[in-house]
Design a protein around this ligand. Sequence first.
Ligand code: SAH
Ligand code: SF4
Ligand code: F3S
Length: 472
Amino acid sequence: MHLPDLKEARKRTKEKVIEKKVEYTFPNVFVGKKYFLRTYGCQMNMHDSEEIRNYLELLGFTETLVLEESDLVVLNTCAIRENAHDKVFGYLGRCKHLKREKPDLLIAVGGCMSQEESVILEIKEKHPYVDIVFGTHNISDLPRLILENKKKQEIEVYSIEGDVYEGIEYSRDSKITAWVNIMYGCDKFCTYCIVPYTRGKQRSRKLEAIVSEVEELKQKGYKEVTLLGQNVNAYGKDLTFVYDFKDLLECVAKTGMERIRFVTSHPWDFTEEMIDTIATYENIMPYIHLPLQSGSDKVLKQMGRRYTKREYLTLFQKIKERIPNVSITTDIIVGFPNETESDFLDTLDVVNTCQFDSAFTFIYSPREGTPASLIEDTIPMEEKEERLQRLNQLVNQYSLENNKRLEGKVVPVLVLGENSKDKNKIYGYTDTMKLININGSKDLIGKIVNVEITDAKSFSLDGVVAKESVGN
Ligand code: SAH
Ligand code: SF4
Ligand code: F3S
């Protein structure tokens, strides 16, 4: 197993996608045994955990949330930044301890870190107590690896991305909202990012397969789907068929699913037709996560993002103008190698212009194997931390201001559950993807209700159910 080099990986993006069916014929020989599953990454990683959970439950395992009670530990890892990596190795230390007391404990490591050669070497050399390592392209091998485990370390990771699997079954976290993969991998190769290496080339699922999954979810009573891809706007570009993300959105909207969301949008492939489609259908939610990464043209170019500050702002304005009430959030990286104060001020300038509803902000973390990691960097960490603080202050100020503007307004909310801290409250998300805690009855869980916003904070809202508001 090795990380493909950039040229090789790019060449492979031209290859044809092959569809495969997952087989479900496992003996449930682990009845009475418990598994502990920990997920570190993005929504895609969380959705993979729903696939893993289904396999484990078919094998007879039941879930425990207490590590010490488990007979099997599965860590579904993330490689996006160094701290994700450190967290996993820290946790493995705890598992090692537990295995001393419980020698039969099985430990499995999957997810994006498993796709990194250096991680595999580290596990081989320093963590012999890890029993199974599986990758992002062969999650469906996990049941076999568990069944066949001979108490010696087994590493089964494919360096070439897998095919597109159809018929995957999930043990989903929610009965109200569901994730639906529309594509796997990423072809963008932003210079700082490990994802194209850990998840492989872009492979879109066929439109019919996605639509029929959404229809099935609707029949089961789901109220919301989130279409998942690293770059949803590039959906279909790898297929020889003639449809794109706008067509997919349209077909999914026509299923009548009550709420449709999608992440993540890349400004590069975002067309005007896509904006119009989002604006046309009421069941496509007015919420767009539109990562900026940087406001400096120089840094954007070095990042390989393929848009300029001006192009980003133009797209942003078009979205704001055409989609009524839209909320837009973003991702920003500070401290890209040799980012100057003036580059950083360009980023702040975009934040001041766009006044994002919220933003995820990160300090650049060099990832082995990516082109940016080879750039010699002269900016000290203290300066990057200081920039992050300045950025966060501004971002939070706009989050609060945007939320404050909602006070007194009535907005539709899909209620997802009971508030974990206050049992008299329920929580849900507005159409614009804002978390809201509501004084209301548990009977409303799973329903879309109109809520009057009584108070607004930077990261959440408070509200009360508006009169005569209960839909279905
Ligand atoms: N596909 C999505 C993002 C996936 S990763 C997109 O292109 O927008 C989520 C976020 O992590 C990215 O948007 C980026 O802001 C951040 N990120 C990715 N690689 C990083 C790195 N090496 N260091 C710091 N942040 C990173
Ligand atoms: Fe990474 Fe860029 Fe692909 Fe997003 S678009 S996953 S940041 S390479
Ligand atoms: Fe992390 Fe992999 Fe997602 S690196 S962010 S889990 S695609």
